[in-house]
Design a protein around this ligand. Structure first.
Ligand SMILES: [Zn+2]
Length: 254
């Protein structure tokens, strides 16, 4: 799920600001599946959703690559199955440079959303067509909600990478295991919250306390975080078998 997918004849490839970008066909398919509900309002709503996903994730990955470049790492972008990879951009020896690269993904998304939100406040009410409103809502979900969710300390999300580097720095040898433990607990908890939110008759009490938790719902969310929890569990098994002299080896070549 998180490794570079094979090349296919349906790949879309181009260069943007000197960065190689490859879009795997699964990226389009997953974006369409994720936005399928939009089709009820019309085909153009689905098209707008796909365009918003494409632009937002491209900007996210460009953020990683550009920050990596600042420190001398050469990165390239692969978009696939509702996500992207900035390959090679965090291959840096300095921990703080790597952390800066991880943060450089979500931050441009927050700025983009801030800019769009500011723009709509200065827009004529008559210009706010339902389609435009839908695009703004899509951008909100992708850049703000997914951007924040991407910063939770779950492997291999950006937040998980930051958590690993911080744990390695704070507790040395056991750092990776501790960050994987945190990842299992947090991912498991998020899967559980999504499950309860999806099937509860009325909003659970934690939603009344923290309203944004309500956005965490749907079978996709449950499956995603359950998979990530299991993935971290498997990596923890590998990590616990690892000898101290294997420490140079890295799981995620991001
Ligand atoms: Zn990222």
């Amino acid at each position: 799920m998180f490794f570079e997918p094979n090349r296919t004849q349906f790949d879309l490839t181009f260069r943007l600001f000197g960065v190689d970008v490859r879009v795997h066909p699964l990226f389009w398919l997953m974006s369409v599946i994720m936005g399928w509900n939009a089709l009820a309002s019309g085909f153009e709503y689905l098209a707008i959703w796909v365009a918003c996903v494409f632009v937002s994730i491209l900007i996210h990955e460009l953020g990683h690559v550009m920050m990596g470049r600042l420190f001398g790492a050469r990165g390239q972008i692969v978009l696939y199955s509702f996500g992207g990879l900035a390959i090679g951009s965090s291959a840096l020896r300095n921990r703080w440079q790597r952390i800066a690269v991880y943060f450089a993904g979500p931050v441009p998304g927050f700025l983009l959303f801030g800019f769009v939100w500011w723009g709509t406040r200065h827009l004529d009410r008559a210009a706010m067509t339902p389609l435009l409103r839908s695009a703004i809502w899509d951008l909100f979900g992708i850049n703000l909600f997914w951007g924040l969710l991407n910063l939770v300390p779950v492997w291999p999300l950006d937040g998980g990478q930051i958590s690993r580097d911080l744990c390695d720095w704070l507790i040395r040898e056991k750092g990776t295991s501790v960050s994987l433990g945190i990842s299992i607990v947090v991912a498991g908890l998020l899967a559980l919250i999504a499950l309860v939110n999806t099937y509860a008759e009325q909003p659970p009490s934690y939603v009344r306390m923290v309203p944004w938790l309500d956005a965490l719902r749907g079978g996709y969310m449950v499956l995603l975080f359950a998979c990530l929890a299991f993935n971290s569990y498997q990596l923890l098994q590998v990590e616990s078998r690892r000898r101290p002299w294997d420490r140079e080896w890295d799981y995620w070549d991001r």
